[in-house]
Design a protein. Structure first.
Length: 365
């Protein structure tokens, strides 16, 4: 299957069965999401060649890496893995650790090392001993090491899980830079909703070793066949471009397929941004509100109304062909006469829109 990643594995571990059949793109970041024990790490280990499944098939851009009869040697796969722990060589400095992954390359040579170092903010650290680094710094070095060896696929197994929230917040912006710059496909395992929403282009949801949903991030999150996800992932993700700046108030208007959004961030026009709009932050009205502090009001049509937990209902809103989600009370649905096909306005407070990513210029690999 040229231009795609075909991954099919069947692996038995005692009472647990991993049984997946995936067709993934050769571009962007695929987020692999699920609770602990869903099979995320088992799948990555199979793809990396670290575990042999009873039934296996891995095809990357038309080349067969795994099948039921044979398995390509790990060093020939050109698959880089970033684990939960950095696993750096403490006898080497940062530069030595980054370059270590290039030792077995063919005559083609390493990737753009300087660009990777810049994207991950490692230039000030290059002469530092690996043992002197903080957890976040060490993980950035591990990521750089995985990228400079010209992989055709990168696998990241919860690379931020060993970090506290402050260190995780430090590293995520660097991963967002990579998201825009990388042209090598990346499979990113996480059980943290924020990481998936900020980084992923494609989303695979695993439940009990099987694929519960797979597809483009927005389609999985806001489609009518959504899998059961945590409340923090009941959200729409919109990629847009800054179109207007109000520096006096620290605001930026972002043009998205759903319509324009004012966000509480100061960016120059032309900067590409990812916005996260959570269902809990969206309300609806039957008419444009006057004298309201809410800065974002988008014309929408109710595509569906779903029962939610307790007193709540979930509205699926069509905004110019894009979907937003709104969590409202069932009483509001009744009092406003909300129903499928009804025209409404989706209202979102400016301070509630999360600006998730600044997109950089791609670099060649």
């Amino acid at each position: 299957m040229s231009g795609r990643i075909e991954a099919r594995y069947r692996l038995q571990h005692d009472a647990f069965l991993l049984d997946v059949d995936l067709d993934l793109p050769m571009v962007g970041i695929t987020g692999l999401f699920g609770v602990s024990g869903a099979g995320k790490t088992s799948l990555l280990r199979c793809m990396a060649g670290l575990e042999r499944a009873a039934s296996a098939r891995l095809v990357i851009d038309g080349e067969t890496v795994d099948d039921d009869d044979k398995s390509m040697a790990i060093h020939r796969r050109r698959i880089s893995v970033v684990f939960q722990e950095p696993r750096l060589f403490t006898n080497l400095d940062v530069r030595g650790n980054v370059l270590f992954g290039t030792k077995r390359l063919d005559t083609e040579g390493p990737g753009d090392i300087d660009e990777v170092i810049e994207l991950l903010g490692l230039a000030p650290l290059l002469g530092r001993p690996a043992g002197s680094l903080s957890g976040g710094e060490a993980q950035r070095v591990a990521i750089a090491r995985a990228l400079v060896c010209r992989p055709r696929l990168v696998l990241m197994d919860e690379p931020l899980s060993s970090l506290d929230q402050a260190r995780r917040d430090d590293v995520l912006p660097f991963l967002e830079n990579l998201h825009a710059a990388l042209r090598v496909p990346l499979v990113y395992v996480s059980h943290q909703p924020e990481e998936i929403l900020r980084l992923a282009d494609t989303l695979v949801v695993l439940e009990n070793g099987r694929v519960a949903a797979s597809g483009g991030l927005s389609g999985v999150l806001t489609g009518s066949a959504r899998p059961k996800l945590p409340a923090a992932m009941t959200a729409a993700v919109l990629d847009g471009v800054a179109s207007e700046r109000d520096a006096g108030y620290g605001l930026t208007s972002v043009t998205t397929p759903a319509g324009p959004f004012w966000v509480a961030a100061d960016h120059e026009p032309g900067v590409a941004l990812r916005l996260i709009v959570r269902a809990d932050d969206v309300s609806v009205s039957l008419a444009l509100a006057e004298g309201s502090s809410i800065q974002n009001a988008l014309p929408a049509t109710i595509a569906a109304i779903e029962a939610d937990d307790g007193a709540a209902a979930l509205l699926l809103l069509d905004c110019g062909g894009e979907r937003l989600l709104a969590r409202v009370t069932r009483r509001a649905v009744a009092e406003l006469g909300l129903c499928q096909g009804k025209a409404v306005y989706a209202q979102v407070k400016t301070v509630a829109v999360r600006k998730a990513a600044t997109v950089s210029v791609p670099f060649p690999t």
